[in-house]
Write a protein of this length. Structure first.
Length: 325
């Protein structure tokens, strides 16, 4: 009983110190974004109906982050609210943006551009920016070029991060300890992958929510529009990463609904962590908390466990525009 009281007190204490120490970096990146945006010449709309459309809607361009094995085609895809001319830039070395190409979206507002082999990028994580020439509105996403057998940790955003559901877009609570668990894996050198079955039109809200709560950088994946099978999107995305990009998913976090998805991609129960009802097909966590590490195996402290507490933090958190689960 005394252990439960101690753990709860520690939880309340550490909940107050989950703060970020690099807001100045966020402001710097924002200034760099504005500088690039202001230097681009505006052009008239290619389609007259675009100006009419903008009177009724605001731009909500979106793109999933991309993970590709070195040597594979590096395809950049994005979806815009209107079909127009788009300039593509990549930041290879901060703060310099490299112009790649100008493309025109298809009738559905989509762009799918493959970087030519002579311009292909080496190992690294790069920021890609696509700017609509007509109004200089922007979509920004990450391109990660990785070697074979890169080890990743997967987090289902709704299943493992949110302590409350918010379909309406209001700020859901963060599950205690979720940020520190993510930072711990990042400090160990794993690539973080954040997946959700939510439609891509909610992307900016989700990203702003992750930024607000200082989650570490990770690659984001949303469903393509409204989907009747959100779990199917998660499964298809993870299978593609494993089979086509040759990555290794070491552990995965989510709700009980995600267990079937993780089992279907070959994960064993000891590699799956859930918060919710206890199931034999996954490791059950009463709460996300602090990380106890024994050699290569990391176990998480729950209310009933008494283990050494290791708190890991990092300055590498989301800095691009984001907000919601």
């Amino acid at each position: 009983f005394s252990l439960i009281i101690l753990v709860n007190k520690l939880y309340i204490f550490f909940k107050q110190i989950w703060k970020s120490f690099d807001h100045s970096d966020t402001e710097t990146n924002h200034n760099e974004t504005m500088l690039l945006k202001s230097e681009l010449p505006k052009e008239k709309w290619m389609r007259k109906r675009t100006s009419v459309k903008l009177k009724n809607v605001t731009a909500n361009h979106r793109a999933n982050d991309i993970l590709v094995k070195e040597g594979n085609p590096q395809k950049l895809t994005a979806r815009f609210m209107y079909g127009e001319k788009v300039d593509i830039y990549i930041m290879k070395e901060p703060p310099d943006w490299i112009f790649i190409s100008t493309e025109v979206t298809d009738k559905n507002g989509r762009i799918c551009y493959t970087i030519p082999p002579d311009k292909a990028l080496g190992f690294g994580v790069y920021t890609v920016k696509m700017i609509v020439r007509g109004d200089q509105s922007v979509v920004e996403f990450l391109l990660a070029v990785v070697p074979s057998h890169t080890e990743c940790i997967v987090f289902s955003i709704d299943g493992s991060f949110a302590a409350s559901m918010s379909v309406s877009g209001k700020d859901p609570k963060v599950r205690p300890g979720a940020v520190d668990v993510c930072r711990y894996w990042q400090d160990l050198g794993y690539l973080l992958i954040y997946i959700t079955g939510r439609p891509d039109m909610q992307q900016q809200k989700v990203m702003a929510w992750l930024s607000q709560h200082n989650f570490p950088y990770g690659l984001l994946s949303f469903a393509d529009g409204l989907s009747a099978d959100p779990l199917g999107h998660k499964r298809a995305h993870l299978i593609d990463l494993i089979e086509c990009q040759d990555i290794i998913i070491s552990y995965a976090y989510g709700s009980n609904k995600d267990i079937a998805v993780y089992n279907s991609i070959g994960l064993k129960p000891k590699q799956i962590f859930t918060v919710g009802k206890e199931f034999k097909m996954a490791e059950y966590l009463k709460i996300f908390f602090f990380t106890y590490c024994t050699s290569t195996r990391c176990v998480y402290l729950s209310i009933e466990e008494s283990r050494s507490i290791i708190v890991r933090t990092t300055n590498k958190h989301f800095e691009i525009n984001m907000d919601y689960n």
